[in-house]
Design a protein around this ligand. Sequence first.
Ligand code: PLP
Length: 425
Amino acid sequence: MRYPDTAVFFRKLHWDYPRITHGKGSWLYDEAGNAYLDGCGGAFVSNLGHGVAEIGQAMAAQAAKLGYVSGMTLTHDAVEEFARELVALAPGDLDKVYPLSSGSDAVEAALKLARQYWAELGMPSKQRIVALTPAYHGNTLLALSASAREHYKSLYHGWLVEVLRAPAYDGDALEAVIARDHASIAAFILEPIGGSSTGALVPPEGYLRHARDLCRQHDVLFIADEILVGAGRTGTWSAVDSEGVVPDLQILGKGIAGGFAPLAAVLAPRRIVDVFAAGSGALNHAQTFSHHAVSCAAGTATLRYIATHGLVDRCARMGATLHKSLAALGRLPHVGAVRGRGLLAGVELLADVETRRPFPRAEHVAESLTRAALDAGLIVWPNIGHVNGTEGDLVMLAPPYVVSEDEIDQIVARLSAAIQETVRA
Ligand code: PLP
């Protein structure tokens, strides 16, 4: 299907969209009977795979009983159960959950929460945000301000707020920024393992602990944006678990309801929420669909499915298989790096691997590779701009946690063929 042939305002207006009718496990099927291996869970979302009847049944049962009430005045079993089961998995003292409906929404809520927290404590001048370059935290204007992805931002300069920046995973640079400006800083937000912004860059061992200590020392809230890398994706429930770090706020989204419903969440410890309880009495972030009953039911069913099927351990195991198999791609011409952790991987393409020169943006290498992979029956996630905001081509993999070894072989073989077709030596 293609714009303008249907009533849909498609995300891309120059793209031929296969029309998908259904999915099962790691596979999607279109109306013509073609099968596609979902190598990136859509947008790092379908962690359980497709067509999981239990989740649909839990959502239908909840919708039949109670679809929606406003979180302003009423609560219900669905949100109570979801919050209770999510905090049981959360790091350290994070024991309160504010459910929302998209990652960007949750990032906005967390950043506003940080500013309001210091205002409630009588320190309204602590209001600036520190974030990394590259980084991606969402597409609404505050989340976009915190992001460092120029191609998304360039049109909106003037609408975006100024954010202090440090290069991704450079502890000394972060220390310099926080030590200099801590009196005006409310929060530091980071992806504890890079998602689409850096192409699955893993910080050097010790970086997260260092950043955590800096924030504690200088009264800056440490916000872990785990929208992409949380909920088991990197082989532990939380990405910060790899260094035993406990953030002040954690943000989850994407896969926490397996893609069956839009759901995100901000997790906070009681010591922070109590400040609001003793002060104004509410977080100033009003959303009609927060605490949504059917979304929360999808979330709880997803958490239970992950636990019953041991999917976080499976993700760690299959992740090791994926990375072993992907290592062979590193020997192809133009492959600059293959990295990541668990079932998350980034494959970087360079015009010249020795000098690390990226392809000119006009060649649209990541997009062409994504199309070549799709035509070969493999869905991957394209990513551009990690080198300097404009240039840089990556494709990302994030298959469902139920992916089999045979499917991993097929993902790697199809990607390898698509790379060789797109960027010939
Ligand atoms: N934060 C990170 C790390 C993300 O990867 C994303 C989406 O890709 C977001 C925030 C924004 O989430 P959403 O697209 O659900 O608004």
